[in-house]
Design a protein around this ligand. Structure first.
Ligand code: NAP
Length: 350
């Protein structure tokens, strides 16, 4: 947009119906064009008008459109309202002294829209380092990186030599979690759903990795990959994999429950149960669910460390990039398959 326009045509994704189960489709999410007033009188006090630059396609969005609060207990999007997710945007007009035109900002609940007017209360300015791509502030330096850091560093805190297993290992969180566990001299093994991602994980420093789609019996597979048992399991998928892991835990094992993406498109009565929780008793296992929002007081410390790792080339990451706001639905559906590598992000504006 040249200069500061008084109004903008903006395409935005809105919820047309809740999706209690299944992968959301165009029956639930639609794109519409709205005209947004951007003149100074139309921006309330302590708000900014922004144009979206990058949007992260995060699994938590699924929990805000199933029409009931469970699992993450996030508030539901309202029908007919624009949906939101983690995003990077550029300020084009501000009524808050702390933000100026041209600032790059990050917002956890940015409207999935080309333009929007949003409150500044939870907005954070981003001062990107020259050596780091802006989109990395949604990946290694954003929600996935922070989640990996909380799961490995703060919750699991594995000792050198521990055996660490990570599922959805080639996703945004898993890719980074494995590298963090390697810094602690652990033996790290990941599962993923494509052979090319198995190869990538080994290139990223994982000691081993396997394609779970090719394993007919997960319990047998884990016996093969973990002859000495599992000390830490960062669970990103839940369901059958979590159950199989519980047959292979060592005494004192720690299981940070990060997410359960294999179960997100099912109502709770349809989700897979875990039949062998009793193993946790005999093996004194700690299983801890967590939301990174409870750890935001450590975000500064995390950012400092992760930026250094990245500038020093110690941490590598990959992402799958979709282009244009119109790609959101396709990009969103893709995270419930094995088709993508790393974090899925949308470049809204070049
Ligand atoms: P992501 O980059 O979008 O990766 C998702 C991956 O999950 C897919 O690429 C796929 O990889 C795997 N997957 C999809 N459907 C599956 C199924 N039915 N069974 C097994 N695997 C399946 O996700 P992410 O951002 O890394 O997030 C990973 C997990 O962390 C999610 O469960 C997410 O909800 C959770 N999370 C938690 C927090 C928190 O605060 N606790 C914060 C962020 C994310 P493969 O099939 O190839 O393995």
């Amino acid at each position: 947009m040249a200069g500061i326009a008084e109004a903008a045509e903006s395409r935005e994704w809105f919820l047309t119906a809740y999706a209690p189960d299944g992968v959301p489709t165009s029956d639930h999410l639609k794109l519409r064009t709205v005209k947004l007033a951007l003149d100074a009188d139309s921006i309330p006090h302590q708000h900014v008008a922004v144009e979206a630059l990058w949007v992260a396609v995060d699994p938590f969005i699924r929990f805000m459109m199933n029409g009931r609060e469970d699992g993450l207990y996030f508030p539901q999007f309202d029908v007919n309202q624009v949906i939101k997710g983690f995003g990077l945007a550029r300020v084009i007009r501000s009524t808050d002294d702390k933000f100026s035109e041209g600032d790059t900002v990050i917002e956890s609940f940015l409207p999935i829209a080309e333009y929007s007017v949003i409150p500044t209360a939870s907005l954070r300015k981003v001062d990107p380092k020259a050596e780091i791509a802006l989109s990395d502030y949604l990946g290694p330096l954003g929600l996935p990186g922070f989640t990996a850091w909380v799961g490995i560093e703060l919750i699991a805190n594995p000792k050198p030599g521990s055996t660490v297993f990570i599922s959805a290992a080639a996703g945004g969180v898993g890719m980074l979690a494995g590298q963090l566990a390697k810094f602690r001299s652990c033996r790290v093994i990941g599962s993923t759903g494509l052979d090319e991602k198995v190869k990538l994980l080994k290139e990223l420093g994982y000691d081993d990795a396997f394609n779970y789609h090719k394993e007919t019996d997960l319990d047998t597979a884990l016996s093969r990959y973990f002859p000495n048992g599992i000390d830490v399991y960062l669970d990103n998928v839940g369901g059958k994999m979590l159950e199989a892991v519980l047959n292979h835990v060592n005494t004192g094992a720690c299981i940070p429950l990060c997410g359960m993406i294999s179960q997100y498109n099912k109502t709770w009565t349809e989700r897979e149960g875990v039949r062998n929780l009793m193993n946790m008793v005999g093996k004194s296992v700690t299983m801890q669910g967590f939301l990174v929002s409870s750890y935001f007081d450590r975000f500064g410390e995390f950012t400092e460390k992760m930026e250094t790792y990245m500038i020093d080339g110690k941490i590598k990451s990959q992402s799958t990039i979709y282009h244009g706001i119109e790609s959101f639905l396709e990009a969103f559906a893709s995270i419930f398959s094995s088709s993508n590598v790393g974090k899925v992000i949308i470049q809204v504006r070049p």
